[in-house]
Design a protein around this ligand. Structure first.
Ligand SMILES: *Cc1c(COP(=O)(O)O)cnc(C)c1O
Length: 357
C-alpha cells in the first residue's frame, strides 16, 4: 500500500515549543498524523499522512460505547550526532496486535506499521527535541468507528499514529517514589483484559490512583484480583524487587501488561549474571524482606520513565523504607544502560536500537 502524504500548508504549521527544558508529557503534538481505515471483508485501506487535526466521529461510533480501542506507547530518540533511533519498535506493533485480538479488533502488519511510523517521524523530525532525556513520544491507536448501538465487534476501524515531543522524565535526578499497596480495588483479573493495552484497564485504575494521590502517594501497587496477595504492577509500569541477591518480577500470567522495558530489564539482568526470577511474589514476602533489611531495591519499569525507583512502600497503614529512600545501584545501572542504548551512546548487543533514516 502506498502512503499518501498531504503536507500541512505553511499556515497550518504549528509553533514548536521554544524551551525544551519546560517540555512536559502528552500535551504537544506535531504537524502531522498517520491514519488508515479498515472495513471488514476489505482490510486496511487509504493509508495517509495528513496535517494533525480533530477526528470526525459519529456519536454512535462503537469505541465510545463499548470501548473497542487499543494503543501503544514508544519513543524516538535523538542521539548526540543528530541520528534518530527507535527502541524495539516491532515489539510494540506485535503487542498491539495481541491487544487487538483480545478485544476482537483487526491486526496491522508490523512492517507496514513501522514503515508508516518512520515516514511520519521523518516528515516531522524537526520536532524531535535535542536535549538529554527528551524524546518524541509515539502513540499508535486503533478505534472502532462503525456507528452502531448493540454489543458486538465493529465492522469498521480507524488506525492512527500521533507523535509529540516530551520532556526528560526526571528533572531533578531519579527521585524515588512512594507507593501505596492497593488491597481494595483491583486492576485486572486472570482471564480479563490485563495483558492488553486497551482503554478499560486505565479507566479501572483511575479511582484507586486518585485516592492514593490524595494520601500523598505517587502510584498504587496492584495486587492480584483473587487473593489480594501477589504483587502485580505499579500504575502503568511493571514492578521489580531485589530481595537478597534475587531480582524478582511477576510472571506473565495474563493479568499484567507484558512491558517491553520489563523484558529488556530481565535480559540485561541475566546478561549481567544476576539471579533473575519471573515468579509469584507475595506482598507478605516483600514486607517481611523490608522488615529484615533484605529488600535491597524496588523499581517500576516502563517506556516513559525507563526505571522508576521506589523509596517507600505503604501497606495496611505501615510505611516501609526501601534502599534508604534512595535509588539503588541496580536501578541506576539499569537506567544508564538502557538510556545509553536508546540514545546511541553505547553498543547495542541486543539489537534493540533501530536507526530511522
Ligand atoms: C505500557 C504499560 C507498561 C509498560 O510497558 P512498556 O512496554 O515497558 O512501556 C506496564 N504496565 C502497564 C499497565 C502499561 O500500560
Amino acid at each position: 500500500m502506498e502512503i499518501k502524504v498531504i503536507p500541512a500548508k505553511p499556515e497550518q504549521l504549528k509553533k514548536k515549543p521554544a524551551d525544551e527544558s519546560k517540555l512536559g508529557f502528552g500535551d504537544i503534538f506535531t504537524d502531522h498524523m498517520f491514519l488508515m481505515d479498515y472495513e471488514k471483508g476489505k482490510g486496511w485501506m487509504n493509508p495517509r499522512i495528513e496535517p494533525y487535526k480533530n477526528l470526525s466521529l459519529d456519536p454512535a461510533a462503537m469505541v465510545l460505547h463499548y470501548g473497542q480501542e487499543v494503543f501503544e506507547g514508544l519513543k524516538a530518540y535523538r542521539g548526540k550526532d543528530g541520528s534518530l533511533y527507535l527502541f524495539r519498535p516491532r515489539d510494540n506493533f506485535v503487542r498491539m496486535n495481541r491487544s487487538a485480538l483480545r478485544v476482537c479488533m483487526p491486526e496491522v502488519d508490523p512492517d507496514f506499521g513501522m514503515a508508516a511510523l518512520k515516514k511520519l517521524i521523518l516528515l516531522d523530525k524537526d520536532w524531535i527535541p535535542k536535549s538529554k532525556g527528551t524524546s518524541l513520544y509515539i502513540r499508535p491507536t486503533m478505534i472502532a468507528v462503525e456507528p452502531h448501538l448493540g454489543v458486538r465487534p465493529a465492522r469498521t476501524y480507524l488506525f492512527y499514529i500521533i507523535i509529540g515531543p516530551v520532556g526528560a522524565y526526571y528533572k531533578e535526578g531519579l527521585n524515588p517514589v512512594k507507593i501505596y499497596v492497593e488491597d481494595q480495588y483491583v486492576r485486572a483479573a486472570l482471564g480479563g483484559l490485563g495483558e492488553a493495552k486497551t482503554v478499560a484497564n486505565y479507566a479501572a485504575s483511575l479511582l484507586a490512583a486518585e485516592e492514593a494521590k490524595e494520601k500523598g502517594f505517587t502510584q498504587v501497587l496492584w495486587l492480584d484480583a483473587k487473593e489480594r496477595k501477589f504483587v502485580e504492577e505499579v500504575g502503568t509500569m511493571n514492578m521489580f524487587f531485589v530481595i537478597g541477591d534475587e531480582v524478582i518480577t511477576a510472571p506473565l500470567t495474563g493479568s499484567i501488561l507484558p512491558g517491553i522495558t520489563r523484558d529488556s530489564v530481565i535480559r540485561i539482568v541475566r546478561k549481567w549474571g544476576k539471579k533473575m526470577s519471573e515468579r509469584s511474589l507475595s506482598i507478605d514476602e516483600v514486607i517481611e524482606a523490608a522488615r529484615r533489611g533484605t529488600l535491597k531495591e524496588a523499581f517500576g519499569t516502563g517506556t516513559a520513565a525507563v526505571i522508576s525507583p521506589v523509596g517507600q512502600i505503604t501497606y495496611k497503614g505501615s510505611d516501609y523504607t526501601v534502599a534508604g529512600g534512595k535509588m539503588g545501584d541496580l536501578s541506576l545501572n539499569l537506567y544508564n544502560e538502557i538510556v545509553a542504548i536508546q540514545y546511541g551512546e553505547k553498543e547495542d548487543p541486543y539489537g534493540w536500537r533501530e536507526e530511522i533514516r
